[in-house]
Ligand binder design. Structure first.
Ligand code: NFE
Ligand code: MG
Length: 570
């Protein structure tokens, strides 16, 4: 059968191509198409690991931030920690605390934009949930139909979160104040107060709107399940049956305890462990809590456009690109842990810290008002679209709570020593391991003659979007696409009307004299925007609707700008 291709996958950073081979499935209601095999290709060719060679190692954290405009902060942090390991210097406790505050605000921004701007539109459409559909009819649509109400607020709130990053980092993207051994910013009461002011607006949005939207999605999920089950005559439980991955989850942890940094460092020095003193733990969950062991990571390259041999990150050499390599189809390598595929990202952070059941408090830190905890149990232990969304919401709530605690704690450190300055050593090596929003992020630095001799990054999207490995096993996203329904000839409004047939949306506030069902309401709102190619326009009988498949891909929050960072010097 011919392939269905999405290229480029939009609304992400970088260039991602997804190919899918459909197969027919016969049921009592007809012949349907689902994904049989999938291929994920990074089509973008970049230059990072090579341009770092020969440079001053102190510049690495500043340069590697430029890998990505979405996740510069985690690259800065992973790099700074690699430099600190190579220089044999530790950050001071107050520096670690300020880093937690900066990165906590950054995390809130990142998970907000993914939930609302990057995957929210698909979820809002599927779940008949106007607050998460883009505010396509502007202020009038927001006030009269609630169309895009949460989406629009999110835009404001992510800005406030980024303002906190700039209070501690000078600017965003690409903050300017980390330094091996510490920070170049001081804790001051005005920075603390300005951060709390912004958090006092962000916290209620997260605790009420964001958590409320997750609960609304979870409730709508049963109607989606019934609708799809009856159309296809299959036993479909809902969004927990979409985007199912491997059940193996890898995390490096985030937010070290400033007073127990040795526990954090042990893992990046090669000692198997879980960094349990950190807010989010490291681990290699395979159905049970398992220590993370750095020596089990290797990159495989059989299906990647390189002539390198692959191997452990500190064995990898100068990239040898070869676009003509037989069988290869991606600029991404295939990182594996203990030879197996592991999903990285929000679920990995949650399960490696809390297991399958999560409970996050929602007590307003300023007023004491208790909204009741957010409680969530993973709906699919192998991971799924809805579990990824839930994990991001839970992490945002957790981070919003912690921000107040850290800001309070910082008052106890005013006037403390900020940096353990150290000269560039003649030689040294070190790893920085830090969980970026999209997942486990590794930087490796080798210094010789006071210059960078080798630099390697193994990045979250490289794990999730990897091509097949040396054994031919597909990567996490490639596996999670298998079985996804590709509706043929059915545009998005038609699918929406089938799932939600009741005609109960009154368009009269917009001056349209009718009461319509969800699909017609969407068509009214979104078609005038001319979203051709997004399955809003009528599809002919040979065309596949790829919206569900793209939702699967988006649930991993791909970033190919991060995932490929090699250079062709020829
Ligand atoms: Ni460019 Fe990134 C994150 C890193 S890659 S977004 O988070 O590191 O997946
Ligand atoms: Mg690399």
């Amino acid at each position: 059968m011919s392939k269905v291709v999405i290229d480029p996958v939009t609304r992400i950073e970088g260039h991602l191509r997804v190919e899918m081979e459909p197969k027919d499935v016969e049921t009592s209601t007809g012949t349907w198409q689902v994904v049989d095999k999938a291929w994920s290709s990074g089509t973008l060719f970049r230059g990072w690991e090579s341009i770092l060679r020969g440079r001053d190692p102190r510049d690495a954290w500043f340069i590697t931030q430029r890998i990505c405009g979405v996740c510069p902060a985690p690259h800065a942090e992973a790099s700074t920690q690699a430099i600190e390991a190579a220089f044999d210097v530790q950050p001071t406790p107050v520096a670690t605390l300020m880093r937690n505050i900066l990165h906590g605000a950054y995390y809130i921004y990142d998970h907000l934009i993914h939930t609302y701007l990057l995957i929210g539109p698909e979820l809002g459409v599927l779940a008949k949930y106007p607050p998460m559909v883009p505010p396509a009819l502007g202020k009038e649509g927001i006030s009269k139909l609630g169309l895009g109400s949460s989406y629009a607020q999110c835009v404001e709130m992510q800005r406030k979160a980024n303002e906190i990053v700039t209070l501690w980092g000078g600017k965003f993207p690409h903050h300017a104040d980390e330094y091996p051994g510490g920070m170049t910013v001081k804790p001051t009461l005005d920075r603390i107060a300005s951060s709390i002011t912004r958090m006092s607006e962000i916290w209620p949005f997260v605790a009420k709107t964001m958590v409320g939207d997750l609960l609304a999605l979870a409730e709508a999920n049963s109607t989606i399940a019934e609708g799809v089950s009856s159309v296809l005559d299959i036993d479909f439980r809902g969004l927990q049956d979409v985007g199912v991955s491997t059940g193996n989850f890898l995390s490096y942890g985030i937010m070290p305890d400033p007073e127990n940094y040795d526990d954090w460092l042990a893992v990046s020095e090669g000692q198997p462990g879980r960094r349990k003193s950190a807010l989010i733990h490291a681990g290699a969950w395979d159905g049970n809590f398992k220590d993370f062991d750095l020596s089990k990571i290797e990159e495989q390259v059989k299906y990647s456009w390189y002539d390198n041999a692959g191997g452990a990150p500190n064995q990898e050499d100068e990239p040898k690109p070869n676009k003509n390599k037989e069988g290869a189809y991606s600029w991404l390598k295939a990182p594996r842990y203990d030879g197996k595929v592991y999903e990285v990202g929000p679920i990995a952070r949650m399960v490696n810290t809390f297991g399958m059941d999560w409970k996050v408090d929602r007590v307003n830190p300023l007023t004491g008002e208790d909204l009741g905890p957010l409680e969530y149990k993973m709906l699919n232990p192998k991971g799924s679209v809805i579990d990824r969304v839930a994990a991001r919401v839970a992490l945002t709530q957790l981070m919003a709570n912690k921000m107040f605690e850290w800001l309070q704690d910082l008052k106890g450190y005013l006037g403390e020593k900020i940096t353990n300055y150290k000269q560039v050593p003649d030689s040294g090596t070190g790893f920085g391991l830090y969980d970026a929003p999209r997942g486990a992020l590794l930087h490796y630095l080798d210094v010789k003659g006071q210059k960078i001799n080798n630099y390697q990054c193994v990045v979250p999207s490289t794990w999730n979007l990897s091509p097949r490995d040396n054994n031919g096993t597909p990567g996490a996203v490639e596996q999670s696409l298998v079985g996804t329904w590709l509706p043929k000839g059915l545009d998005v409004p038609t699918v929406a009307s089938t799932l939600w047939p009741e005609e109960n949306i009154d368009l009269s506030p917009l001056g349209v004299d009718s009461t319509v069902n969800w699909g017609d309401a969407l068509a009214t709102a979104l078609k005038p925007l001319g979203l051709a190619g997004l399955n809003m326009e009528p599809l002919n009988d040979d065309n596949f609707n790829t919206s569900l498949a793209i939702t699967v891909v988006r649930s991993f929050d791909p970033c190919i700008a991060c995932a490929v960072h090699t250079i062709n010097r020829r």
